[in-house]
Each structure stands twice: as structure tokens, then as C-alpha cells.
Design a protein around this ligand. Structure first.
Ligand SMILES: NC(=O)c1ccc[n+]([C@@H]2O[C@H](COP(=O)([O-])OP(=O)(O)OC[C@H]3O[C@@H](n4cnc5c(N)ncnc54)[C@H](O)[C@@H]3O)[C@@H](O)[C@H]2O)c1
Length: 312
């Protein structure tokens, strides 16, 4: 089956493209390489280097596709606070371009990568889909607006769009950058043999879900006959940041120790996804245990040529 993967040069998108190929599908990638890497592209997979804000490029790339996996985004709270206009243009207008192209091409399903950032301050645990949605950043707000656009196209045009709200995703092809997530940041310190910095007392918890499980969620949503709407995608388990630092050092076989810094304003204390809705709708069952996923991640990042350049 021919599918379009926007953001396919990125961390999660490249894992999805790899799996689609393994399953015998024909993915094509649209990405502007702004936070993705040419090194993530897979030989033989058609690649369109274009901006998701370019409606004509999105329309052209979606020709003949049965499904669009829409992952291209301006990612992260910090980036969105620094560049709020770009954040909304890419995340909201970009998503509208995808929806318009899908409609024009008769594609009935877009699987949209949303974020737990749409919830803002967390009031209950675990977090179900109907938890209050009051984002704390332009990023969370633009992702929520984009979700609503996907849903309104379901209502207006009978589409079966699915929005997947990822919690903290980690895995192979996730590299350290200025807006990085905690796992690549900790890995970077471990590779440099420097102590890990933890903000606050480290007893805050997060729900880390492996990219392979996120890919499985995308495929489950895309190929289920009836799924539509919004779904939380996490592991359904949580771990403290202290525990994460311990597991990562053990996976690397290196003890760098931790140092504590004052808590960061705006960081939520606890996070845990309720994932029953995704299980019921399309059989989502996370399968990668954190210890195993981190062992695989550390082994990968140690031999990643781009990371070697960063950490030498
Ligand atoms: N990684 C996480 O923990 C996480 C959590 C919640 C949601 N998400 C969502 O998952 C999706 C993938 O995130 P990721 O972690 O793989 O990040 P990523 O930065 O690795 O991937 C995003 C990709 O989109 C591309 N892109 C950015 N702006 C673009 C534009 N204007 N036009 C075309 N391409 C553009 C980038 O070059 C990159 O390849 C995003 O939509 C993100 O918001 C990720």
C-alpha cells in the first residue's frame, strides 16, 4: 500500500518508514530536514524535500496514497515559546494542508501525531482522553488546534482521521539537540562520562514509550476499519527520573552519577497515560519494556556516527 509519511526523516517518522517497508508497503517521505536527518532516509524510498506549509508540494506528494501519516511538526515547548508564529504555521496550517490534500485525493484517513502536551497541567492520574485540555505552551496549543482540524474534517467530510497523543517517546534514531528530550540528554552525558543533571528531587515520574510501540500504534490506527478520534499513546507505566538515570547507567555499564539542580518552572510532577481506548479501538498493546528499550537505545547511540561527532 502506498502511504505518505510527513516528517519521515525525523526520529519517529524514520522508524515508521522502516517498519512500513518491512511489511511490504510503499512509503514516500516528505520532510524539509529542519530537525530531521538525511542519514535517517532509507535508500530506495522516494523523498520529497519540501515544507509542509507548501500546499502544492503536499498535494503532489500525496498522489495515489491510501493513508497519510502526518508527523512533520515544529516540535517542543521551548522551540514554540521562542518561535510561536512558526510553530502555528507549521503545526496548524501544515496540518490543514495535509487534510486538504487528503480530501482532494480521496484519502479517507490521516493519522496525526499529537502530543500529551495538549493537556497542560495534569489534574488526575492516569490521564485519559477526556482529561481537561489546557496547554501551557504554543506547541500544546497548536497540536490541540490541529487535532480539532482533523476531527472537524471527520464531521464535515466523513473522514476517519485519528489523532495519537504521544507521551514521552524514546528509541533508536533519537538524537540529542538543543530542544532535546530527557533520554538523549542523559545518554549524551553518559557518553561524555559527565554526571547527569536532574532538575528537582528526581522523584517526578514520566511515561516513556518506545518508538517501536508508537509505530505499532500508527499502523494499528491506519489499518483498522473503524478507528477515528483521539487516543493516548504511552506505555501505561511510569518511572521516576532517578530510576531512569539508574537504568540508563546500568544499560551503558557506566556510572557517571547524578547532580541535582533546582526544579524547572512548568515541569509537571507526574505523568501516566491511560491507554485503554487505543487498545479497545485498534489493539494497541505496548510490548517494549523500558530496560530492554534503553539497552537497545544505548547500543545504537554509541555507534551512531552523528552522535560520535557531537560527543568527541
Ligand atoms: N518525541 C516525542 O516524545 C514526541 C512526543 C509527542 C509528540 N511527538 C510528535 O511526533 C512527531 C514526530 O516527532 P519526533 O520526535 O520524531 O521529532 P523530529 O523533530 O525528529 O521529527 C519531525 C520531523 O518533521 C520535519 N519537519 C519539521 N518542520 C517541517 C516542515 N515545516 N515541513 C516539513 N517537514 C518538517 C523535521 O525535519 C523532522 O524530520 C511530531 O509531530 C511531534 O510533535 C513527539
Amino acid at each position: 500500500m502506498k502511504t505518505l509519511v510527513t516528517g519521515g526523516a525525523g526520529f519517529i517518522g524514520s522508524n515508521l518508514v522502516k517498519r512500513l517497508l518491512e511489511l511490504g508497503h510503499t512509503p514516500i517521505v516528505l520532510d524539509d530536514l529542519s530537525s530531521g536527518y538525511r542519514e535517517n532516509l532509507i535508500a530506495g524510498v522516494p523523498f520529497v524535500q519540501a515544507d509542509i506549509r507548501d500546499a502544492d508540494a503536499v498535494h503532489a506528494a500525496s498522489e495515489g496514497c491510501a493513508v497519510v501519516f502526518h508527523l512533520a511538526a515544529s516540535v517542543g515547548n521551548t522551540r514554540s515559546i521562542q518561535q510561536p508564529i512558526q510553530d502555528s504555521q507549521v503545526n496548524v496550517i501544515g496540518t490543514l494542508n495535509v487534510l486538504q490534500a487528503a480530501r482532494a485525493r480521496g484519502i479517507t484517513r490521516v493519522v496525526f501525531s499529537s502530543s500529551a502536551g495538549i493537556f497542560g497541567e495534569l489534574k488526575t492520574l492516569p490521564i485519559a482522553e477526556d482529561h481537561p485540555q489546557d496547554p501551557d505552551s504554543p506547541y500544546g496549543t497548536s497540536k490541540l488546534a490541529a487535532e480539532k482540524m482533523c476531527l472537524v474534517y471527520n464531521k464535515l467530510y466523513g473522514m476517519k482521521n485519528v489523532c495519537l497523543r504521544y507521551f514521552n517517546v524514546y528509541g533508536v534514531n533519537q538524537r540529542y539537540d538543543a530542544y532535546g528530550n530527557v533520554i538523549p540528554i542523559f545518554a549524551n552525558r553518559i557518553l561524555k562520562r559527565e554526571p547527569i543533571t536532574i532538575f528537582g528531587d528526581g522523584e517526578q515520574t514520566r511515561d516513556f514509550v518506545n518508538a517501536r510501540d508508537v509505530v505499532a500504534a500508527n499502523l494499528g490506527a491506519a489499518f483498522s476499519a473503524d478507528a477515528r478520534g483521539v487516543f493516548n499513546i504511552g506505555s501505561g507505566t511510569r518511572v521516576t527520573i532517578n530510576e531512569l538515570a539508574r537504568i540508563m547507567q546500568s544499560a551503558a555499564g557506566v556510572a557517571v552519577g547524578v547532580q541535582y539542580a533546582p526544579p524547572r518552572h512548568g515541569d509537571v510532577r507526574h505523568s501516566l497515560a491511560e491507554i485503554r481506548a487505543a487498545r479497545d479501538a485498534f489493539g494497541f498493546t505496548p510490548s517494549v519494556a523500558l530496560e530492554d528499550g534503553l539497552r537497545e537505545y544505548v547500543a545504537w547511540i554509541r555507534q551512531d556516527p552523528l552522535t560520535k561527532k557531537q560527543t568527541k
